[in-house]
Design a protein around this ligand. Structure first.
Ligand SMILES: [Zn+2]
Length: 72
């Protein structure tokens, strides 16, 4: 019985932690902006996530693709 309660407490703690992580993620996503042009996610069609909380928007990807195309 004691074990069941302990496991239940652990399960509840994990649920609480997952909720906290989800809240942090949604907060980060709501502040996400393109690391190249600085536009917020609300002003672009697509925001591609990169490592360490960097993002690039579809317009900057298009510009980068054209830039690379000119140099090849
Ligand atoms: Zn951009």
């Amino acid at each position: 019985m004691f074990r069941a309660n302990t496991q239940s407490n652990v399960d509840q703690t994990m649920l609480d932690l997952n909720d906290a992580i989800d809240q942090l993620r949604s907060r980060d996503e709501s502040r996400a902006h393109c690391s190249f042009c600085g536009k917020p996610h609300t002003e672009v069609n697509v925001l591609v996530p990169g490592p360490n909380s960097v993002f690039i928007c579809d317009v900057c990807v298009d510009r980068a693709t054209k830039f690379i195309g000119q140099r090849i």
